[in-house]
Write a protein that binds this ligand. Structure first.
Ligand code: ZN
Length: 60
């Protein structure tokens, strides 16, 4: 069975893409505008935050 992997933004949780078997994609989240590097290999999905959004509130 080939389940499609759902890749979600680790910063805000927005669903970014569904991929097939293997993907390596740089995407930017449409919601929080973080830059992400999505790697899908088999049943493993990893999402690396390349650049976190600067739109988030700061505690200052
Ligand atoms: Zn996001």
């Amino acid at each position: 069975m080939n389940e499609k992997m759902i890749v979600a933004c680790p910063v805000c949780g927005r669903q970014l893409l569904k991929s097939g078997s293997s993907t390596n994609a740089e995407v930017s989240c449409p919601k929080c505008h973080s830059e992400l590097n999505c790697t899908v290999s088999g049943a493993t999905v990893s999402v690396e935050v390349v650049k976190k959004s600067v739109k988030q509130k700061r505690s200052a």
